[in-house]
Write a protein that binds this ligand. Structure first.
Ligand code: 9G3
Length: 568
């Protein structure tokens, strides 16, 4: 490709609204342009990278007998009504009407569409298992689109759905898919971790996320420093045996704590420490008010609470609920003498509190020497707190560290949740109607583009791994007015194309400095510069990943390039 014939609008200046380095570079290197918040145009260089990423994904999915389809983005609301999700999702779901005022949504995902298709076309166990996938644009009206492609409102996803006649068949496919994802992310050159995850609104039992490590990742991964344990902090289980302090129980006392609100203030005021405090939170669990306790030095994880009590909705109560129920402000609420019928859920660590401190349900007062069971009831003890750095790893091996990650893939075992909701079933070998067991598996393709740009860059620009670079080689003639330089550049350009390399030839008449700066920004793996030494048939070769520069005779270029691209 000649640069004068394509569209690579590089920019010197750093776009002010680009909030992460990868997004700045993708804009400056002429890969992307934003047309509205969270909506982007992919320019030629970006399309070439997307196609190479998609090729790796297709290879690995086809290898596990997944079959490609292409489903509509425009989905009639009726099937979302059937699955019960039309009202479950709020403003994030793009809704529209057709000319006859019929309701549609722009697909944020495709469980409803694919289940409807398979329900109509696959009725016998003989046709199972069946895994269908697509590479398709998704629409989600994010409240705060940010970080460029990492959180957009229109993005490209590979989504796969598998249908099975048994849990065992689903388990087998899930394992295959997990291995295929590991192969994909490894081949893409990403530094990633597979982590245990929470299924979120979509439910399902096991689910794993594939996280690219990055400081700008929105997810926090809790991993062991000594084992392969890694989990999204949302669901990382806490496996700690708490020692009860062996001090004698003292009589509970009410003490004045004027204007002391937070756990830190109260523990300091009482010359104690946060681990002796009992943090009391009010939650609405399926609309019902409940008291949730954790130690003062811990935080309640609402997702764990939701999963532990099997609720469909869990949210922090607001202060007026506190006043109504406890006649005091949030900061003074405690578990002692609470209104009858209010459930009390406590994190396991509460059992280790001896002579603790808690709110007295009276503004400006706290109880001291409070002891669980003696002074207050607990309905159930559960693992409700966020894991913390330094906690023992749940697998008993090593201690927990945190790292940030960008979620690039997420796989789920849905079981029969969807097929039952949509009455999607097959006839088993006894002729009995059974709901399919289903799995669903997503990869954020446009997100991968941004994650690779985030992981592979330096101060001068992008550094594409060679397996997915938009082009393999960048050819630059230093002075296009010099016949010898231009001729050698064009000779090499056609020679390398005949060797099936993807070649970008900078045939612009700009100054050499501009071309070099652009080449560093764009970040192709190999740059061949034809300059003064053209007369001796010598070219300069620079490798973008390492910055290494060499001089090659023009006759040895193809052989040496072959060696470079053959290395893994
Ligand atoms: C919606 C909206 C946003 C959503 C969903 C539905 C996320 C939704 C979860 C999934 C699950 C899997 C198949 C590929 C892998 C992920 N955001 N999810 O279901 F209506 Cl507005 O998409 N789907």
């Amino acid at each position: 490709m000649k640069q004068t014939r394509t569209l690579i609008p590089t920019m010197r200046e750093v776009p002010s609204d680009a909030d992460v380095a990868s997004h700045q570079l993708l804009l400056r290197a002429g890969f992307l342009r934003q047309i509205s918040s969270g909506v982007y145009s992919f320019l030629p260089l970006a399309v070439r990278v997307l196609r190479k990423i998609e090729a790796v994904i297709r290879e690995e999915l086809n290898a596990i007998e997944a079959v490609e389809v292409l489903l509509p983005a425009l989905q009639q609301a009726e099937i979302w009504q059937e699955s019960g999700r039309l009202d479950a999702y709020g403003p994030e779901l793009f809704r529209l009407q057709d000319r006859h005022a019929r309701q549609f949504v722009l697909g944020p995902t495709h469980e409803e569409v694919i289940t409807t298709l398979v329900r109509d076309e696959v009725k016998s166990y003989k046709k199972l298992p069946l895994t269908l996938y697509q590479i398709q644009t998704k629409f989600r009206d994010e409240q705060r689109p940010r970080f460029g492609l990492l959180r957009g409102r229109e993005f490209i996803m590979k989504d796969a759905y598998s249908f099975h006649d048994s849990k065992e068949s689903l388990d087998a496919k899930y394992t295959e898919m997990q291995a295929a994802y590991t192969a994909i992310f490894t081949r893409l050159g990403l530094d990633f971790r597979v982590v245990l995850a929470d299924g979120g609104a979509i439910g399902g039992t096991d689910t794993h996320e594939f996280m690219a490590l990055s400081d700008i990742g929105e997810d926090t991964i809790a991993y062991s420093n000594l084992s392969t344990y890694a989990a999204n902090i949302e669901m990382a289980t806490v496996n700690v045996t708490y020692e009860k302090a062996n001090e004698p129980l003292k009589d509970m006392e009410k003490v004045a704590t004027p204007n002391q609100r937070s756990i830190e203030e109260v523990s300091t005021f009482l010359n104690s420490d946060t681990a002796r405090c009992i943090k009391t939170l009010l939650f609405k669990i399926d609309g019902q008010l409940a008291v949730v306790l954790c130690r003062g030095d811990h935080e309640i994880n609402a997702i764990k609470l939701k999963n532990a009590v099997g609720a469909s909705s869990v949210e922090l109560a607001d202060s007026k609920d506190a006043v109504e129920l406890f006649a005091c402000a949030f900061g003074s609420v405690g578990p002692v003498k609470i209104p009858l019928g209010v459930q009390v859920y406590a994190d396991h660590a509460i059992q280790s509190v001896v002579n603790g401190i808690c709110g007295a349900n009276e503004d400006g007062y706290h109880f001291i020497n409070v002891n669980p069971e003696r002074d207050f009831e607990v309905t159930r003890y559960e693992d409700l707190r966020y894991i913390q750095e330094g906690d023992p790893s749940p697998d008993g091996n090593g201690t927990i560290q945190f790292v940030k990650g960008i979620e690039l893939g997420h796989i789920f075992k849905l079981g029969t949740t969807y097929s039952e909701a949509m009455d999607a079933s097959f006839l088993d070998d006894n002729g009995k109607s059974q709901p399919y067991f289903m799995g669903c598996y997503g990869i954020g393709i446009s997100r991968i583009l941004a994650a690779i740009a985030e992981q592979f860059r330096d101060e001068s620009g992008l550094k594409w791994p060679k397996q997915i670079a938009p082009f393999d080689i960048h050819i630059i003639a230093v002075n296009t007015k010099d016949d010898q330089q231009r001729e050698l550049a064009e000779e090499l350009y056609s020679l390398l194309k005949s060797y099936r390399y993807d070649v970008l030839y900078d045939d612009r008449s700009d100054r050499a400095g501009v071309k070099f700066a652009d080449a560093d920004l764009i970040g192709l793996p190999v740059r061949i510069t034809i300059g003064k030494k053209a007369e001796d048939g010598i070219v300069e070769v620079k490798f973008r990943q390492t910055g290494e520069s060499l001089e090659w005779q023009k006759e040895e270029v193809t052989e040496k390039l072959q060696a470079f691209f053959a290395m893994d």
